[in-house]
Design a binder for this molecule. Structure first.
Ligand code: IPE
Ligand code: MG
Length: 224
């Protein structure tokens, strides 16, 4: 979800107006995802490096996140959306952590879409934590082989990613799901996040379906 600030600036609006418009794009995307065959959606809402932004913007972003959660909880329950936050919680305002926990509990039964919100998220940190856990798990007498470690980390970091969509013309991962993206298909669009539409999402899925995924193997031979 990138380009909120530039979307606002190009309209002579304050950056936070771009973030508010971005929240509408989030709502649209969540509603459209299950119908397009998406069962797990991870949204990069606030990276661990976003703390470098001015305090005013950080505060506004975190308040917006809280308001969004409070407003959308019922809709998520009604639509079978299970909400889960990934990332650190200890640096977030207590009120936001409480909202996240309430939302996670209230939506735990959702089966249509698993929505993961990356908040104060750093993939490097998640991998480091998973590795530390894995070492602990494997140190009870067994040898911590590279393979064993890798399997343990896989179990802890999260599911493999099929498709990454980054908006606003930037072409980098910015510490997002680095481990899980080992074989992800990448799609970069110049569209700024507030303008990202259901049609854009549908086009992205169609583009994904044209990609030949080999996972290091050879093309699948089609029988004549
Ligand atoms: C993405 O939009 C929103 C967050 C990172 C929370 P930006 O705020 O990065 O917008 P640009 O990149 O400055 O246009
Ligand atoms: Mg940006």
């Amino acid at each position: 979800m990138d380009g909120n600030g530039r979307w606002a600036a190009s309209r002579g609006l304050p950056r936070i107006a771009g973030h508010r418009a971005g929240a509408d794009a989030v709502r649209r995307t969540i509603e459209a995802a299950p119908g397009l065959g998406i069962s797990i959606l991870t949204l990069y809402a606030f990276s661990a490096d976003n703390w470098r932004r001015p305090g005013r913007e950080v505060g506004a972003l975190l308040r917006l996140l809280g308001r969004y959660l409070a407003q959308e909880r019922e809709r998520c329950i009604a639509n079978g959306v299970r909400v889960q936050a990934i990332g650190r919680r200890d640096r977030l305002p207590d009120s936001l952590v409480a909202l996240l926990e309430q939302t996670e509990r209230a939506t735990a039964g959702g089966r249509k879409l698993h929505l993961r919100l990356a908040i104060d998220y750093s993939s490097r940190q998640a991998i480091a934590e998973a590795a530390a856990e894995a070492v602990k798990a494997l140190s009870d007498g067994r040898q911590a082989t590279a393979d064993g470690l890798s399997r343990q980390i896989c179990r802890q970091v999260g599911p493999d990613v099929d498709l990454v969509i980054r908006t606003s013309g930037e072409q980098r991962l910015s510490d997002f799901l680095l481990w899980e993206c080992a074989y992800a298909e990448m799609l970069f669009t110049p569209r700024k996040w507030p303008d990202f539409s259901t049609a854009d999402l549908s086009d992205a899925v169609s583009e994904f379906q044209t990609r030949e995924r080999r996972f290091g193997g050879l093309p699948v031979q089609r029988s004549a």
